[in-house]
Design a protein around this ligand. Structure first.
Ligand SMILES: [Cu+2]
Length: 88
């Protein structure tokens, strides 16, 4: 169920997959400065199972590396949305 929903997400691109370790690009709208990058990075990296989250305001992207057995992409997207940004 989750997997099929995930495949439909056009705002997420798979960069790399090694076993359960996924690296994905999430398109984020609404970032205006470095603080936005920092905020998203901090909040997403606090999630259990997230190895890293590199955010670029300029590119409008968050590159997240995580263990899909520990955390789902939906949770990561929700975390970004909770901070007031759009994932689209
Ligand atoms: Cu900002």
């Amino acid at each position: 169920m989750l997997a099929s929903v995930e495949m439909l997400l056009k705002e997420v691109t798979i960069m790399k997959k090694e076993g359960a370790i996924m690296k994905k690009i999430i398109r984020v709208k609404g970032m205006t400065c470095k603080s936005c990058e920092m905020l998203i990075k901090e909040e997403v990296e606090e999630l259990e199972g997230v190895k890293s989250c590199d955010v670029s305001q300029k590119r409008g992207e968050a590159v997240v590396e995580y263990d899909e057995n520990m955390v789902k992409i939906d949770k990561i997207i929700d975390t970004i949305k909770e901070e007031g940004y759009e994932v689209a």
